[in-house]
Ligand binder design. Structure first.
Ligand SMILES: CC(C)(COP(=O)(O)OP(=O)(O)OC[C@H]1O[C@@H](n2cnc3c(N)ncnc32)[C@H](O)[C@@H]1OP(=O)(O)O)[C@@H](O)C(=O)NCCC(=O)NCCS
Length: 228
């Protein structure tokens, strides 16, 4: 089984390793390309004091596994992530080969892992797009950490990976995801019919996306507001 972010809203089922995985983008090995864990990502340092993003390494496997196991009931209706230490260690170890980037969202005040975000199905030119996923630690849900983490993920994907779009596929009834994505600047583009197989049924999903142009407008508006 290859774990992946085939859907933000549905059960994550086996995903074929992405062919060439878009890793011919500006980055060739997304995990080793980013700064060491203790420094966080550049975009995260600049943009947010509440949370920072860090690439997950094998040394994070135990903490991540505990977080995902504790949150499995909360995630169950929407996503399925591995929970055992072995599975999570394999998930992290194989992520680059599977064309996936897994980032931990940590609270700088105590360095606690409050959730994870993922980028998968990274596609090179002419698409320059990727699909994102997210899962909160149930103990830290509803505190706005994930919305901030998703904002940082978008900036990282566009500014540092050079992607043009970040997409999300979400079940229509996944209200928390909808709020998180709206808060991070995503917009609805329509319904992807039968987008994901969940328990043997092909389920419609809402397609959300944010583009580099959207992000430029968000930044311009923030600047205008800041200047009063
Ligand atoms: C989706 C998920 C990652 C969001 O995490 P979260 O901790 O709820 O998100 P945040 O606290 O950052 O909140 C994001 C937004 O959702 C809102 N929100 C939080 N809990 C909510 C709830 N129960 N109902 C409606 N909105 C809610 C927040 O107010 C915030 O909106 P705002 O920015 O407009 O104020 C989390 O609910 C989760 O792990 N769900 C299961 C897995 C899943 O669905 N993953 C797919 C992610 S796209």
């Amino acid at each position: 089984m290859v774990w992946g972010c085939a859907s933000l809203g549905g059960e994550i089922t086996a995903v074929e390793p992405t062919q060439s995985a878009g890793l011919d983008l500006k980055i060739h090995d997304p995990v080793s390309q980013v700064p060491p864990a203790e420094s966080g990502l550049q975009s995260a340092r600049n943009d947010s004091a509440r949370v920072r993003l860090y690439p997950l390494h094998n040394t994070d496997a135990a903490e991540t596994s505990e977080m995902l196991a504790r949150s499995a009931d909360f995630h169950r209706d929407w996503v399925t992530y591995p929970t055992s230490l072995d599975q999570v260690a394999a998930f992290i170890a194989r992520s680059a080969d599977d064309g996936m980037l897994i980032l931990g969202i940590r609270r700088p005040s105590d360095n606690i892992l409050v959730g994870i975000v993922t980028l998968c199905r990274i596609a090179r030119e002419p698409w320059l797009t990727a699909e994102c996923g997210a899962a909160v630690d149930v103990r830290h849900r509803g505190k706005g950490y994930m919305a901030e983490g998703m904002r940082l993920l978008v900036r990282f994907a566009i500014d540092e990976l050079g992607l043009h779009r970040v997409e999300a596929l979400v079940r229509p009834e996944n209200v928390r995801s909808a709020h998180m994505l709206t808060s991070a600047g995503f917009r609805i583009e329509g319904i992807a019919r039968g987008a994901v197989r969940i328990q043997d049924s092909w389920v419609d999903h809402v397609r959300w996306a944010i583009t580099a142009e959207d992000l430029a407008i968000i930044r311009r508006d923030a600047l205008v507001e800041e200047r009063g």
